[in-house]
Design a protein around this ligand. Structure first.
Ligand code: PEP
Length: 249
């Protein structure tokens, strides 16, 4: 049985005080559920969020991490810095990191290796741009992103990988992939994994959908057989909205 996951990517939003307010509201709103709930506040708020959430089923993830163990990388944060404050999940490969910070598949493969070496679970993001979809190249683009960053991994490493399909044209745009488009892509991703590894491995990996998921559309998207949850951006910044999405399974 695959894990159902709803993760909120706060991006560069919420200062320390606002973060603590949102975390407290999430705690009030959160009722027992079988869904794994994760929030990814900015680095400056991770430790406080972790402390506030102590004993709750909501866990905390970082939005990024460097591939080096330590050293002269001004402004960067390492895997051991994350684990030293108890953060055990990281989002890697978000399209904004790829677009604005020039993160390549090769760099992401290194980040993936470092995270795994530190026992950090990875929410690995990828997805095609609008031009790719218009050219009917979305499957080709997605397959190559997955292959280049992840296919060097052993089968056992996949226990620590969650995939997040995020078509770039649907992120922060209000434009959502239809539930059928999401399902088609998720089934393609699973087949790509089955071909490279085994059908059993492909069947065990959670694949999240991300791109303008709201409480109004989450239920329909999450009802698709190969969609195991969502990576939520804008709607994760409001406790009621995010909790409604969590409760959409
Ligand atoms: C995201 O950035 O991962 C995302 C899905 O954003 P939004 O929900 O705002 O489209």
């Amino acid at each position: 049985m695959r894990k159902q996951i709803v993760a909120g990517n706060w991006k560069m939003n919420k200062d320390y005080v606002d973060s603590e307010i949102l975390v407290s509201k999430l705690l009030e709103q959160h009722h027992h559920s079988t869904t794994d709930v994760i929030i990814a506040p900015p680095f400056t708020n991770l430790l406080a969020a972790k402390n506030t959430l102590k004993g709750s089923p909501i866990s905390v993830a970082a939005q990024n991490m460097h591939f080096a163990e330590n050293g002269a990388y001004t402004g960067e944060v390492s895997a051991s810095m994350l684990t030293s404050i108890g953060v055990k999940t990281v989002i890697l490969g978000h399209s904004e990191r790829r677009a604005y910070f020039n993160e390549t598949d090769e760099m992401l493969a290194k980040k993936v290796d470092t995270a795994l070496a530190h026992g950090i679970r990875i929410i690995f993001c990828f997805g095609e741009e609008l031009a790719d979809r218009k050219a009917k190249k979305e499957n080709e683009v997605v397959a190559s992103q997955i292959k280049n960053a992840l296919f060097h991994l052993s089968a056992s490493a996949w226990d620590h990988i969650v995939l997040a399909y995020e078509p770039v044209w649907a992120i922060g745009t209000g434009e959502t992939a239809s539930p059928e488009q999401a399902q088609d892509m998720h089934a393609f991703i699973r087949k790509t994994l089955a071909d490279q590894y085994t059908p059993a491995l492909a069947d065990a990996v959670s694949i999240l959908y991300g791109g303008s998921v709201k409480s109004a559309n989450a239920k329909e998207i999450f009802s698709k057989p190969d969609v195991d949850g969502g990576l939520i951006g804008g709607a994760a910044l409001d406790a009621e909205h995010f909790s409604a999405i969590v409760n959409s399974f």
